[in-house]
Design a protein around this ligand. Structure first.
Ligand code: PEP
Ligand code: MN
Length: 347
């Protein structure tokens, strides 16, 4: 950590900062620059955060050299994390990118869900996604069918062999959800619900952590850190777009650059969700491809048997025939991308 003091910082202010750092185990090197007094604090202490130092009078700026996420950081674990499921499916590393497909919400019609799952299976997808507990902006919108939806997911999984993903909104539902699904999802709106992060951290189920509507990459990785710090290393990040000033044509701005950035700083796998990332059916294919080219370990796409009558996110869901076409092209495309990405690019 490097602490830059104000140009008019007093000797007393400087020595108070130095004392505090020494008391907390840092080794100190000081340097009187032409304008600013600079303190170089050497050590790896999680307890002293930049925020605590910047509260001292006379401190102008605190620069961190090491990223504040540790368990999630590539410095600490240079090899990619690969999450493996009992049926042999793997996410991360040099494995083939996975595809997670399914409706935004699991709805009344089991037949509809099964049609989607069968189409997914046919197209080589590995996961069936579907919301049972829906985080809706309006309390008047459909809130999800809860446990009944999870039963549908499990049944569709038994019929097709697909693994399942569903969002957990409340830690009180965790034990019950773990009975039904293979992967838990933390939605964008709960990325900083720290109690929920800690709760999923205490169980060992793989967790998809979605980027928050306004999360910086650092905040996103710190949210993952909470899950890992609580004991669960099986975190899959998901870039699903962030809110910006221009919502005229897209619901969110899908931050493609976040993928190579996260790959550089973290060993965790990351997938992309172009459905939520753009909010538009026609943008799913190009943005899924863009994510894969950028190095994503998988894609998540909303698919519905009847999008025009979907209870949530119909506009960004693919109908089954279109999904099959898109997925066929993505599969072909992936082979090309794999060949290109087979060469190690230094980061
Ligand atoms: C979803 O996956 O249906 C969902 C609600 O996603 P997000 O949390 O990214 O909005
Ligand atoms: Mn949705």
């Amino acid at each position: 950590m490097i602490i830059i003091m104000e140009r008019n910082a007093t000797d007393l202010q400087i020595s108070r900062v130095i004392e505090f750092l020494k008391e907390n185990g840092f080794e100190i090197r000081c340097n009187q620059g032409q304008i600013h007094y600079v303190i170089d604090a050497l050590g790896d202490k999680t307890t002293v955060t930049p925020g605590r130092i910047s509260a001292f009078d006379g401190v102008k700026e605190v620069k961190v050299i090491r990223e504040p996420f540790r368990l999630a950081s590539r410095d600490r674990k240079p090899d990619d994390t690969v999450i493996e499921f009992p049926n042999g499916v793997k996410i991360g590393g040099k494995n083939k990118p996975v595809a997670m497909i399914g409706p935004c919400s699991v709805e009344e019609s089991y037949e509809g869900l099964l049609q989607v799952a069968l189409a997914g299976k046919e197209m080589g997808c590995e996961f069936l996604r579907g919301g049972a507990f829906k985080p809706r902006t309006s309390p008047y919108d459909f809130q999800g069918y809860g446990e009944k939806a999870l039963k549908y997911l499990k049944q569709a999984s038994e019929e097709t062999g697909l693994l399942t993903v569903s969002e957990v909104m409340d830690a009180a539902d965790l034990d019950m959800m773990c009975e039904y699904v293979d992967v838990l999802q933390i939605g964008a709106r709960n990325v900083q619900n720290f109690k929920l992060l800690q709760a999923v951290g205490k169980c060992r189920k793989p967790v998809i952590l979605k980027r928050g509507l306004a999360s910086t990459i650092r905040e996103f990785l710190l949210a993952a850190e909470h899950i890992m710090y609580s004991g669960n290393p099986n975190v899959i990040l998901c870039e699903r777009g962030i809110r910006s000033f221009d919502s005229a044509f897209t619901r969110n701005v899908m931050d493609i650059a976040s993928i190579p950035v996260i790959k550089k700083y973290s060993h965790l796998p990351i997938i992309v969700d172009p459905s939520h990332g753009t909010g538009q059916r026609y943008l799913i294919e190009p943005m899924a491809k863009a994510g894969l080219v950028a190095g994503a370990d998988g894609i998540m796409i909303e698919v519905h048997h009847d999008p025009e009558n979907a209870l949530s996110d119909g506009k960004q869901s693919l109908p089954i025939p279109m999904f099959k076409d898109v997925m066929r092209r993505i599969n072909n495309f992936n082979e090309m991308v794999n060949a290109i990405n087979a060469e190690d690019v230094p980061v």
